[in-house]
Design a protein around this ligand. Structure first.
Ligand SMILES: [Mg+2]
Length: 402
């Protein structure tokens, strides 16, 4: 079997790229990356050096082999010393589609190609919206106002109650750098509403770690405050490439320290794993494809580090992560959108709703009792795209962009 074409289904101003990889056997694979099509399409479509030039004609039934072909032999990627970025995103989307094809061709689900599932469902944590991002102390008052999004402790508690009622046994809130009295009151409210048996995690996130005044010492202080509320993991408390800072933070707190959503190659994860700089790695198949995400989960497991992939938004990431974590990874748990926490007319809400449209594929995975049920259909188990839903999605993105 040979690859005959790569088609991009969404276009600017969509926030994710969605592709179909076609074959001469008529089998179509689906792939996606979190980078926008305006950036990814040229990497695939360039008439002389694009990925299409390299990938069309290749055999899609050996996905790992094709991944290394792209990484090491595609001329535009050679000589980049295993650096990833947008090129890795584009290769990752193709890799995802190639795994889908390989499974469909053999009539087997991806988890079986990866070595066989140990579980038939994977715990999902409800990923709730940012409560509050404090702007840099250097920014102007107007900027601060624009960036502050308050929720009261009562609102936070209500969301937690709803999420519990929906069956979630684990919840994460985007937090920012709000660790003063007000932030702690919200955290206490969340912990109380969730009860002692529901995992509660906190995501610091990039708008906060980009504050030039934020230091490792402050991250350690914040972690010590979070310890009192039995926080399960503390995500991205430092700059994503700060291996040394993460190692210090991990050694200084009993919390599980997590990061990885910004990384695009296994080599970048290796630096964290080799230095025992984390308790949890968070690779994202929408950043780095299935081959690499599986490798990271596998390596982390051998090092005694947990893998809780990043990527709440799309049916593609949720499915890939369920497939991967059913085979590899300690205490598997994946990120799942908690739409109850997105309210109002804002752009974030529109995007969250649009991206979480699971009707975009014929057979999306089910969420039952706080777990994603492992798809048993061939390939990713999603079937094909639903063209009307793809069009609706594109229209929603255009509406959201105004
Ligand atoms: Mg995050």
């Amino acid at each position: 079997m040979r690859i005959t074409d790569i088609r991009s289904l969404l276009h600017h101003p969509a926030r994710l790229t969605l592709i179909e990889v076609h074959t001469d056997a008529g089998i179509v694979g689906l792939g996606s990356t979190g980078s926008p099509p305006g950036m990814i399409e040229p990497i695939i479509d360039d008439p002389s050096d694009g990925l299409r030039q390299f990938v069309v004609g290749q055999d899609p039934t050996e996905p790992v082999e094709l991944w290394y072909q792209m990484m090491e032999r595609w001329p535009a990627q050679r000589g980049r010393a295993d650096r990833g970025g947008l090129q890795a995103n584009a290769m990752g989307a193709i890799d995802m589609a190639v795994w889908d094809i390989a499974g469909k061709a053999r009539g087997l689900p991806v988890h079986q190609l990866l070595g066989g599932a140990r579980v038939d469902r994977v715990l999902a944590y409800g990923s709730a919206s940012t409560m509050y991002y404090a702007a840099s102390k250097k920014s102007t008052e107007t900027e601060r106002e624009r960036r502050l999004r308050h929720k009261s402790p009562e609102e936070v508690a209500r969301e937690c109650t709803t999420l519990r009622e929906q069956g979630f046994k684990a919840v994460k809130f985007g937090w920012g750098n709000d660790f003063e009295d007000e932030g702690m009151a919200k955290l206490a409210a969340a912990r109380e509403a969730l009860g002692p048996d529901t995992r509660l995690s906190v995501d610091f996130g990039c708008p906060a770690y980009f504050d030039p005044e934020w230091t490792t010492m402050e991250a350690i202080d914040a972690a010590h405050k979070l310890e009192e509320y039995d926080v399960y993991f503390f995500e991205e408390a430092l700059h994503p490439l700060d291996v040394h800072g993460f190692a210090e933070l991990t050694a200084a707190t009993s919390l599980n320290i997590a990061t990885g959503e910004s990384l695009t190659t296994t080599e970048e994860f290796d630096r964290f794993i080799e230095q025992n700089a984390l308790d949890i790695v968070q690779p994202d198949a929408a950043q780095m494809g299935i081959t690499q995400t599986f490798e990271v989960a596998h390596e982390a497991e051998h090092a005694g580090i947990m893998c809780v992939p990043h990527g709440p938004w799309t049916v593609f990431t949720v499915t890939c992560h369920t497939q991967i974590l059913s085979v590899a990874g300690l205490e598997p748990m994946i990120e799942y959108p908690a739409l109850v926490s997105y309210r109002g007319e804002g752009l974030v809400t529109q995007r969250a709703t649009a991206m979480s449209n699971y009707e975009i594929v014929e057979t999306p995975p089910e969420l039952v009792d706080g777990h994603v049920v492992l798809p048993q259909g061939p390939g990713l188990g999603l079937g094909n795209l639903v063209p009307e839903a793809v069009e609706r999605y594109q229209a929603l993105m255009e509406e959201a962009a105004g």
